[in-house]
Design a protein around this ligand. Structure first.
Ligand code: DI6
Ligand code: FE
Length: 414
């Protein structure tokens, strides 16, 4: 049996979830076997038997966190919407642009025209940006294809990205993102089409969860429920874009279906918070979209805290409301704009984000978890949220293997 030891690190284990202080261990060590952590603790307590057949790496006092998890992205799409950004700065609102045929629909048009190879190129750039900041797991939603063939195309690109990069990607089918032109004025007809796509996409191994954009410019609760029922029939977990622009009572419905997460939530009611608490649904907060759309109504953070609803943080990386590929910037904005503590924010991209994806094998530094870790050239974990615009990552270890840039040298074999 051979082990890999990382020692001389300050560990932010994140074992205590959102309430503890990062689960800090000074002068810590972790032991890896294959893809998993087998021991985590203070170096002084490291059992001697691990050293017999181990390769030891000196972390040189770096801070070590779990690999970061971006639990809500729409990473695969073609084109951009910089021109709509200009329109908004000339006075149009996001909803007005969407109603006039822009918005999501314009990205759908570009995405349908793009080949799989073209989508790969544009999406890979975004993925690399996330990975450069220590992301080791992410979710990618479809939702810019809006037909079986084009949704499958985007989900295949997501699968291929995962195959060729040291990350794990969870695919979420978001066919119910917008009504495509061929179903103009027939949202119910389109929902029937979305329902019929679930089984073939599942059969092709392309989908891990199902999401719906429940909103007055999206789909009603009734339509959402039809999609949820079909997802449930095929054993797929559900999640929901809920209460982003209005209180559409989506969270109540999602909670009934035991949703993994409800995302956005600016207009979430007290009743919705209570329902999410009861169903164990994670609240995914998306400060990038809040910022970029210049929202003024904050998600009900105090109420979420009071009801102990875990809060995840994510980029919502998409061309319309959050053209952002920086998870570290989201940590900062979660604190400055939404008043989360740096500890809550870091839990929001580690342990709680794992929960939002239904993944139990990652998100903390703990024996039994995957050996996904990031080494940072900082002392205090709050610096990750504090120093916006900088990237102190030194190295990422994914499934036990070190990824570049590897500036920590002098690892010695024993
Ligand atoms: N909510 C969002 O913020 C994104 N999708 C959604 O349902 C926006 C997607 C876009 O504008 O392209
Ligand atoms: Fe989104």
């Amino acid at each position: 049996m051979s082990f890999v030891i990382w020692e001389n690190a300050r560990l932010a284990t994140m074992q205590g979830g959102q309430s503890d202080t990062y689960g800090l261990i000074d002068d810590g060590a972790v032991v890896i076997q294959d893809e998993s952590l087998v021991w985590v603790g203070p170096r002084a307590q490291l059992p001697a038997n691990f050293r017999i057949t181990a390769t030891a790496h000196d972390a040189k006092k770096a801070l070590m966190t779990p690999g970061l998890i971006d639990c809500h992205t729409h990473l695969v799409y073609a084109g951009d919407r910089a021109h709509e950004f200009e329109l908004r700065l000339n006075g149009a609102s996001y909803e007005e642009i969407a109603r006039a045929g822009g918005g999501i629909k314009s990205t759908v048009q570009a995405t349908r025209l793009a080949s799989e190879a073209q989508l790969w190129v544009s999406s890979e750039k975004r993925l690399k940006n996330l990975m450069a900041e220590g992301v080791t797991t992410l979710e990618i939603k479809s939702g810019y294809g809006l037909s079986l063939a084009h949704e499958a195309k985007c989900l295949r690109v997501a699968r291929q990205l995962a195959q060729h990069h040291p990350v794990q990607i969870r695919n979420t089918f978001l066919g119910a993102h917008a009504v495509p032109p061929e179903f103009e004025d027939n949202a119910d007809g389109y929902i029937d089409a979305v329902v019929s796509m679930i089984e073939p996409l599942k059969a092709q191994g392309l989908v891990d969860a199902v999401d719906v954009f429940c909103e007055r410019i999206g789909f009603t609760c009734e339509q959402t429920e039809k999609v949820f029922k079909e997802a449930q029939r095929w054993g797929l977990p559900v999640k929901l874009h809920a209460e982003q622009l209005s209180d559409s009572q989506g969270a109540l419905l999602a909670a009934q279906y035991g949703a993994l997460s409800c995302d956005h939530l600016e207009w979430l009611s007290e009743e919705g918070v209570a329902a999410m608490a009861a169903s164990g649904t994670v609240a995914v907060l998306l400060p990038g979209a809040f910022y970029f759309l210049r929202e003024t109504k904050l998600p009900p953070i105090e109420s979420l805290r009071r009801h102990r609803v875990p809060m995840a943080i994510s980029t919502d990386s998409n061309p319309g409301s959050s053209p952002c590929t920086s998870i570290l910037l989201m940590l900062n904005m979660a604190c400055t704009l939404m008043r989360l503590t740096p500890q809550e924010a870091l839990a929001g991209v580690t342990s709680v984000a794992a929960q939002a994806l239904g993944l139990k094998d990652r998100g903390t530094l703990q024996a039994g978890q995957r050996a996904d870790l990031v080494l940072w050239d900082i002392e205090n974990p709050a610096e990750l949220a504090y120093a916006f615009g900088s990237n102190p990552r030194v190295a990422t270890v994914w499934g036990g293997r070190v990824q570049l840039p590897q500036t920590i040298e002098n690892s010695q074999s024993k």
